[in-house]
Design a protein around this ligand. Structure first.
Ligand code: APR
Length: 241
């Protein structure tokens, strides 16, 4: 049996599936990735835009950058890859876990119900003083920087910057899901940023069948049982269609 047919069969038979996604799954929706040619980190300095120190130095500039991304994301639509994963969740029920590094919320808009957002969400802000969280208003009503409605202090994007802890319990829940999976899929991530990058390895070491979907090779490629050199839409169509 060819590897694609075997992978399709294993997905059909799996009772516990864990999926990790990265920026690549939202690329077909027009959202730029980080490390591809022309990606965000080619044009914006991580230290200035994705660290607490960068935010402390120039909160207005960081907020302008997030407001720009937020507007693009609000105008974007989930793509077929997001939808195919939402359908797989419906089929597998509680045996399906979706973990994402993305902050765009496109999985939820495509119908995914249970999503662990390891790096937070661009749709929320958090008060730098009292920790109060609120959903962002529509982009045209977003003041820069937003002020906390509770205490008046400046708010920050409710996302995880480099050097910051992940949301409490998020990685623990993701790790439990990947360690107990029969089958794991890692889609659209360069597999460079920890701790998310290790989830596929943990699943494999625990005996899961590991599938990767990425047009490029990544550090995970050598240990995957099947690594499809394909986009998320084409790869998921081939596996689930
Ligand atoms: N389908 C699938 N994968 C794609 C597609 C596509 N259409 N287009 C690009 N890719 C792949 C690229 O080959 C690359 O491996 O998506 C990956 C995107 O990698 P990154 O830009 O590094 O994004 P990601 O892995 O999600 O980054 C992880 O780094 O900067 C932080 O917090 C940020 O969550 C992000 C984390």
């Amino acid at each position: 049996m060819d590897k694609l047919a075997e992978a399709r069969r294993r997905i059909e038979e799996a009772s516990r599936i864990a999926v990790l996604t990265g920026a690549g799954i939202s690329a077909p929706s027009g959202i730029p990735t980080f490390r591809d040619p022309g990606g965000l980190w080619e044009n914006f300095n991580i230290e200035d835009y994705a660290t607490p120190e960068g935010f402390a130095r120039n909160p207005e500039e960081v907020w302008r950058w997030y407001a720009w991304r937020y507007k693009k994301i609000r105008e974007a639509e989930p793509n077929e890859a997001h939808r195919l994963l939402a359908e797989l969740e419906k089929k597998k029920g509680d045996g399906f876990l979706l973990v994402t590094q993305n902050i765009d919320g496109l999985h939820q808009r495509a119908g995914s119900k249970r999503v662990i957002e390891l790096h937070g969400s661009i749709h929320r802000a958090r008060c730098t003083a009292c920790g109060y969280r609120s959903e962002l208003p529509p982009p045209e009503e977003l003041e820069i920087p937003p002020r906390c409605p509770k205490c008046g202090a400046m708010m920050r994007p409710d996302v995880v910057w480099f050097g910051e802890p992940l949301p409490p319990g998020a990685f623990e829940a993701a790790l439990a899901g990947f360690r107990s999976a029969d089958l794991a899929m890692v889609i659209g991530t360069s597999a460079l940023v920890e701790p998310a990058a290790s989830l596929g390895r943990y699943a494999k070491h625990a005996g899961a069948y590991l599938i990767e979907i990425n047009p490029e090779e990544t550090p995970l490629t050598p240990i995957a049982d099947l690594s499809l050199r394909a986009g998320a839409v084409e790869g998921l169509r081939a596996l689930l269609g």
